[in-house]
Design a protein around this ligand. Structure first.
Ligand SMILES: [Zn+2]
Length: 350
């Protein structure tokens, strides 16, 4: 299919796996409010060569992703991201180019408290614009050879406890660069500051549960903690982009800090934010060495912050993975750093 938007951009788009209810709403948004034009013009702003990308709107993101990654032997994509979930993704096509895949849910049921139709439509369009611009950022990084896959494996000089975080933190490097840009041109309707408290309580609850299960299922407990820590670092990346720096270049902290923020993040926040802000927004190119250096700083912080939060994960020189839950308790932020005897294990006896 193809459509012309208000800027007369010819774009390829398709719609898949959408049930009747959301399909009706989507059709209204497309036919009466130029949703496709709004999304396409944001993608076009970063990717004026429209032969490089196609837009897909799906009612089943995992199904759409699996269908496009099966040729690479990948399956089982899920949208859960610890605290939050993914609403869009960009995938390279087998024959070249990229599919920019947006989940229909955020378009037909956008964030916000709007009750009137005008407000809901405005939120849908703003969300579609933001998602389009964000995903276009991923394509741009890939086309410029600056996406996380190009620098995440460069771990020379990185301590072993930090090496384990490199691929997850590298993905956050991409997203921070993109969000720094989209925050200025197409700000989203959702706020990571507003969701912060919930995200940190989620982290605490997951660490608490992991510690409880660590004796009976150490590998499962490690995975569970890893997902929670990774999700939190992802929140920090988006939070740093949302809060930004003040006029003197000092990282801005949330204006209403809470006990759990004070406990888990506060005294390391300026280092997290400064490390992310050493990165350029997606529309400004960066060199390979700069990206590696920024990724290394963030990996060191990840190892240090995770250990401070009561979860220490390490890799020995022999490649053995270990994990330890050193917090007396997790959840209300009290006493979580009182070390107990470490419950080390390895999940890679070879
Ligand atoms: Zn992203």
């Amino acid at each position: 299919m193809s459509a012309k938007d208000s800027a007369q951009i010819q774009i390829a788009y398709s719609v898949e796996h959408i049930e009747e209810g959301p399909k009706f709403v989507l059709t209204q948004l497309i036919e009466h409010h130029n949703l496709l034009g709004a999304v396409a013009s944001e993608i076009y702003a970063l990717l004026p060569d429209t032969s490089v990308w196609a837009l897909v709107i799906t009612g089943d993101l995992p199904k759409s992703v699996d269908a496009r990654t099966a040729h690479r032997g990948l399956s089982g994509y899920t949208t859960g991201r610890g605290a939050g979930h993914a609403g869009a993704i960009t995938l390279p096509r087998e024959e070249g180019g990229f599919d920019i895949v947006l989940g229909v849910d955020l378009l037909v049921d956008p964030p916000g408290d709007d009750l009137d139709i005008e407000g809901i439509v405005a939120s849908s369009l703003a969300t579609g614009r933001h998602l389009g611009r964000h995903e276009a950022g991923h394509v741009l990084l890939s086309l410029r050879g600056e996406d996380s896959r190009t620098f995440r494996d460069d771990v020379n000089g990185l301590p072993l406890d930090a090496v384990g975080w490199t691929d997850v933190v590298a993905a956050d490097v991409d997203d921070f660069r993109i969000e720094r840009h989209t925050r200025e041109v197409t700000p989203p309707r959702f706020s990571h500051v507003a969701g912060l408290e919930d995200a940190l309580h989620h982290l605490a609850a997951e660490l608490r549960e992991s510690k409880r299960m660590s004796a009976s299922d150490p590998v499962g407990a490690m995975k569970r903690s890893d997902i929670a820590i990774v999700g939190s670092i992802r929140v920090f990346a988006y939070l740093a982009a949302e809060l930004g720096l003040d006029d003197d270049g000092i990282p801005v902290a949330p204006s209403e800090p809470s006990d759990i923020w004070d406990f888990y993040v506060a005294d390391m926040w300026s280092r997290w934010s400064a490390a992310f802000h050493s990165l350029q927004p997606v529309d400004a190119p960066m060199g390979h060495h700069e990206l590696v250096a920024a990724n290394h700083s963030l990996c060191r912080l990840a190892a240090q912050w995770s250990a401070r939060a009561g979860y220490r994960r390490d890799v020995t020189a022999g490649g053995v993975h270990t994990a330890e839950w050193a917090g007396m308790q997790y959840g209300d932020g009290l006493g979580a750093n009182d070390a107990t005897a470490p419950g080390c294990f390895d999940d890679n006896p070879d």
